[in-house]
Write a protein that binds this ligand. Structure first.
Ligand SMILES: CCCCCCCC/C=C\CCCC(=O)SCCNC(=O)CCNC(=O)[C@H](O)C(C)(C)COP(=O)(O)OP(=O)(O)OC[C@H]1O[C@@H](n2cnc3c(N)ncnc32)[C@H](O)[C@@H]1OP(=O)(O)O
Ligand code: FAD
Length: 647
């Protein structure tokens, strides 16, 4: 590959960008100093020869992939420890390096230590007493033990009250006896459970004095700390009394049970991971859209005008319509995720002082935001893949693997439909409160004002779109509430009525979440614009407008159903969409440059900063062992005899 050459199209794109991409980078990182720290941190890991790929892992066996992953995870861990010793890394960096964008670039096939940092340690922090934290956290932090989070069983993932593993307290020995007696009670899915972890937080039904007290977390040793041999299986495994995490519900030594202030505090780790997923989904989407945007600026194909040369495919408006909403969606999820993270931290400190009031609202928002961000990021990444034509299908483009990672988010940490129904539960209560004149929490305040007016004359502004989306959400919430209550009045019991109305409940929940995202995104941009250059402010505003217009236009049916919008208004919206695509076009490459994703994290010949797509693609395929010899052995073994026999 020619060294140090920059693709001419990308050079031109960079010259025409109206703002300085560095300004966007600093904004996203939280300042120039933070950008420098991040870049140094990335360099520290990515420049390590032991961590860089010698060959793409696609050509390794399953076993080899696992072994490479463990080796790299250990190197990464030691390097994080070095940073820690220099005061340059904390828990957040562990998560970033071991689970986030940087981690997934180093450990392309998954991180055997991921659950240790993302769930095992956070569960001990959130569910353990001070003494338990003191005992376990430092061991876990220093990797003297390796943990995972074992909740899901072969028979149950969603319905955790149905878990079958039991933990029965034996006051005579002051131990819990854990049992997974059936095939369906096998712990199934926990990351690292197979070969890596030697401890787990096991979620089990607690029995004491003959009474079941529901699910609780227990620390269980899985493997010998020296030999790593598995401990005897899950039949009557005894663990000491203080291995039950007892910050919330407790069993006293005599076996009496002390209830938690809320049984849902046991579900705290799930809220934490859902909150983290929103940011993570956004980051994967920005990686995919960086690849597809740079590729679309370099790739020339077909004609717009017969008389002109083949254009960059980014000049096709349909291509812009595929990619620019993904750029905007990244920002929408980024700002909503940041908002949710703040709320999570505030509510968590309130919980520490015994205030539980805001937990239901946090749960409702975390559920729908996790569901919508995972689904939209997955769909957006798939759109980016398709936007790269055949080359997007290639594994080396990194788009299929990125899609694979994000589509898993739709299922884990609460399957999306199930989570949207949790939010719907909250919305049904909110609507009832609204009807009864009861106070509403901030995220559903809009129900009051929308209930008073279903009107609103079109004007070309994001606030009009927010009001329209709130109208749609309120309309859907009202419809689902009314239909469910009609059924109940006709004698259907409330559980069946819920199930029969669940399509509308899920739709109401999604609409509520989309309205929340647009509003949060808009408010964030409004706050940012005065503090950045006029050019960047304009670019950020255009993206926000695009997200709002495009989201509304994807819901034309709902808009017609729940508002007094006219067909003329819809035409105005379509024109606005097209104007925004044209306005964003010159800045598209600048925006993805502003994301400042290191080429080693991009890991795609289609999306490198220099735009040498074809040279890099060629170099990539030449790494395949299949291309090492001109004739593969299988020709002599199988094809040749077959060809001969036909003669
Ligand atoms: C940079 C780092 C990147 C990190 C990226 C992450 C990578 C990690 C990779 C993989 C991790 C994957 C790990 C897992 O998947 S672990 C397993 C996760 N499992 C789940 O999420 C299970 C989903 N199921 C549930 O959450 C629940 O069972 C349920 C669906 C909510 C139903 O529970 P239950 O039947 O008990 O509850 P009800 O429906 O009856 O509701 C009762 C009331 O409780 C409220 N509720 C429910 N959950 C919570 C909660 N978490 N917090 C607060 N309140 C909660 C619910 O709203 C009801 O309230 P009400 O007032 O209406 O009665
Ligand atoms: C990659 C990956 C990693 C994971 N890591 C872990 C881990 O580390 N630790 C761990 O404990 N678990 C882990 N899990 C398990 C994960 O949390 C569960 O798979 C998830 O919670 C979904 O549960 P399920 O598989 O039982 O799906 P199911 O609940 O069986 O879902 C199947 C279908 O039934 C529907 N459904 C179920 N209940 C309802 C309902 N009440 N109303 C309407 N529809 C419903 C769903 O919408 C879905 O369409 C992981 C899973 C994956 C895929």
């Amino acid at each position: 590959m020619p060294a140090n050459t920059m693709n001419e199209d990308l050079k031109r794109e960079r010259q025409r960008c109206s703002f300085d991409p560095k300004e966007l980078t600093y904004l996203l990182d939280g300042g120039e100093e933070k950008t420098e720290e991040r870049r140094q941190r990335e360099k520290f890991f990515l420049d390590d020869p032991e961590l860089s790929e010698t060959a793409p892992s696609d050509y390794l066996s399953h076993k080899e992939k696992y072994e490479h992953a463990v080796k790299k995870a250990c190197i990464v861990f030691k390097k994080v420890q070095q940073l820690q010793a220099q005061g340059k890394a904390g828990m957040q960096n562990f998560r970033e390096v071991l689970g986030g964008q940087l981690g997934s670039a180093i450990l392309r096939d998954g991180n055997p230590l991921g659950l240790h940092y993302v769930m095992f340690i956070p569960t001990i922090m959130g569910q353990g007493t001070i003494e338990q934290q003191a005992e376990w956290i430092s061991k876990a932090w220093n990797l003297e033990i390796i943990g995972t989070y074992a909740q899901t069983e072969l028979g149950h993932g969603t319905f955790i009250r149905g878990l079958e593993t039991t933990a029965t307290y034996d006051p005579a020995t002051e131990e819990f006896v854990l049992n997974s007696p059936t095939l369906t009670s096998y712990k199934w899915w926990p990351g690292g459970l197979g070969h890596t972890a030697n401890y787990a937080v096991v979620v089990a039904q607690l029995y004491s004095q003959g009474i079941c007290h529901g699910i609780h977390p227990f620390i269980v040793q899985l493997r010998d700390e020296e030999t790593h041999l598995p401990m005897p299986g899950f039949e009557n495994v005894r663990i000491p009394w203080n291995y039950m995490l007892m910050k919330n519900g407790k069993v006293l030594k005599d076996g009496s049970y002390v209830k938690s202030p809320s049984s849902k505090l046991t579900y705290g780790t799930m809220i934490f991971v859902r909150v983290v997923i929103v940011q993570d989904a956004a980051n994967y989407l920005r990686k995919a859209v960086t690849i597809a945007t740079r590729y679309s600026a370099v790739r020339h194909q077909s004609h717009i005008k017969e008389s002109a040369p083949e254009p960059q495919i980014l000049d096709f408006v349909t291509q812009q319509h595929k990619l620019f909403p993904q750029l905007a969606t990244y920002f929408a999820l980024h700002y909503s995720g940041a908002w949710l993270w703040d709320m999570y931290n505030n509510v968590t400190s309130e919980l520490e002082s015994g205030e539980l009031d805001r937990l239901p609202e946090l749960h409702a928002l975390a559920c729908c935001l996790k569901a919508v961000s995972a689904a939209d990021a997955a769909q957006g990444i798939e759109t980016c893949r398709l936007a790269c034509g055949g080359h997007g299908y290639m594994s080396c483009s990194s788009l299929p693997i990125t899609y694979g990672l994000v589509t898993a988010m739709v299922t884990y940490e609460g399957e999306n439909t199930v989570l949207l129904l949790q939010t719907a539960r909250y919305l049904m209560k909110a609507w009832q409160n609204c009807l009864d004149g009861q106070p509403l929490t901030p995220s559903v305040q809009y129900l009051n004002s929308v209930r008073r007016s279903f009107g609103g004359v079109y004007h070309k502004s994001v606030p009009w779109i927010i009001a329209s989306m709130q109208r749609i959400a309120a309309g859907k919430i009202e419809t689902a509430h009314r239909h469910m209550n009609d059924k109940i009045k006709r004698g259907v019991n409330s559980e069946d009525a819920w199930n029969e109305t669940s399509i509308e409940l899920v739709a109401a929940s999604e609409a509520h979440c989309k309205a929340f995202i647009v509003e949060t995104y808009y408010n964030s941009v409004q706050q940012i614009v005065p503090s950045v250059s006029q050019q960047l402010g304009k670019a950020l505003t255009e993206l926000c407008e695009l997200y709002a217009v495009n989201t509304l236009l994807k819901n034309i049916g709902d808009l017609l159903r729940y508002s007094n919008v006219t067909t003329g208004d819809l035409e105005n919206l379509q024109r606005w969409l097209e104007e925004l695509l044209a306005a964003i076009r010159p800045n598209a490459v600048g925006i993805v440059d502003g994301f400042d994703i290191n080429d080693a994290i991009i890991a795609s010949p289609l999306g490198a900063y220099d735009g040498n797509v074809y040279e890099r693609l060629f170099a990539e395929v030449s790494k395949s062992p299949l291309n090492a010899k001109p004739v593969n052995e299988s020709f002599h073994k199988y094809l040749k005899p077959l060809l001969k026999s036909k003669m």
